[in-house]
Design a protein around this ligand. Structure first.
Ligand code: ZN
Ligand code: ZN
Length: 350
């Protein structure tokens, strides 16, 4: 199947249109016409080569929503016309303990990311959602509930599940006390999801500049990390802190905000960080943990949860030919909203 998208041709060039083929449908494949494609901060890092060399040309994008156009003969859960989504993974071994536990993101043999990795069967490099079509095996296709606005649902497939999964892992519910560091794309979703679960949510930020914004999405307010008195007063007051900051930073001051047995979970892809103080960890059996997206079953759960609670990421819909401008903005600093490309605006002969 011929399709077209935006690809990075090298680590230092802007993205440009790219014509390529999607594989012919296998028995368990679903063909999808992509309607919207979210633009994740990790796309930018990946195409820039920040996380290692990439196979160019590379079509990024792992927040994909669209409509089913064709299904293979063995597909049972989807039919032509269904509203569907694809997130950060398109395959895994399906046989190891993690896959059996619906934790495909931790597959012992490595999950297959949506773009930039060899397909498990034919070895072709996977290409992502900045394109008009995609073919994905049924087990990695999600259902987009009718109650979700298609133009704003895509970021749930990465930003949404990335923050939802730790909230579930650490059993956040009514009365839980949750801190969220950073109020960018991930932070916003973390606040909205935790509030919907019944938690009391505080945003942790360098300043109180975004306090109104934090309160407008349900947080009680902002605790400014630069305010030493306020930080001292808030010691041992949180059960879980979700750290969404995607650049190197000192987590030590935040660890003291955790109650005994509390956990600070890092979900941003930071890379090396300076060592941190062990004292507050040991003095309260506190943990610093990490978490990667979530399994397919849980990704469906967050989509359904967002539909039930009317939660949408804050999105700005752009045309595909605006992608390079969007990257320039994203490279300059953390933006609160998510760019979402309307892929129907890309001409077949772009
Ligand atoms: Zn992402
Ligand atoms: Zn596996």
């Amino acid at each position: 199947m011929k399709t077209v998208g935006y690809a990075a041709y090298s680590s230092d060039a802007h993205m440009a249109p790219y014509h390529f083929e999607r594989r012919a449908l296998r028995a368990n494949d679903v063909a999808i016409e992509i309607l919207y494609s979210g633009v994740c901060h990790s796309d930018l890092h990946t195409v820039n080569g920040d996380w290692g060399p990439q196979p160019y040309p590379l079509v990024p994008g792992h927040e994909i929503v669209g409509r089913v156009t064709e299904v293979g003969p063995d597909v049972t859960h989807y039919k032509v016309g269904d509203q569907v989504g694809v997130g950060c993974m398109v395959d895994s071994c399906q046989e190891c303990d993690q896959c059996h536990d619906s934790e495909e993101q931790y597959c012992r043999h490595g999950m297959t990311p949506t773009y930039g990795a060899p397909d498990r069967i034919d070895g072709e490099i996977t290409q992502g959602g900045y394109s008009k079509h995609i073919v994905v095996r049924e087990e990695f296709v999600l259902r987009i509930p009718d109650a979700l606005d298609m133009s704003r649902a895509a970021p749930i497939l990465c930003a949404g599940i990335t923050t939802f999964s730790p909230l579930r892992t650490w059993n956040i519910g009514k009365g839980s006390r949750v801190g969220v560091i950073g109020l960018g794309g991930l932070g916003h979703m973390a606040v909205k999801l935790a509030v919907a679960m019944g938690a009391e949510v505080t945003v942790l930020s360098r300043s109180k500049k975004k306090e109104e914004e934090a309160q407008s999405i349900g947080a009680t307010g902002i605790l400014a990390s630069t305010d030493e008195d306020a930080m001292k007063k808030a010691a041992a007051s949180m059960d879980l802190i979700i750290d969404t900051v995607p650049v190197e930073h000192d987590v030590t001051p935040y660890v003291s905000l955790l109650d005994i047995n509390g956990t600070l979970v890092i979900v941003g892809q930071v890379g090396p960080m300076k060592e941190f103080m062990t004292v507050p960890m040991i003095m309260g059996r506190r943990r610093v943990a990490g978490s990667l997206i979530g399994g397919i079953k849980q990704t469906q759960e967050v989509l359904d949860f967002c539909a039930e609670h009317d939660i949408h990421p804050i999105c700005e819909v752009i045309r595909p030919d605006q992608i390079n401008d969007a990257y320039d903005v994203m490279a300059k600093g953390d933006i609160a909203h998510r760019y979402v490309m309307d892929m129907t605006q890309m001409a077949d002969d772009a």
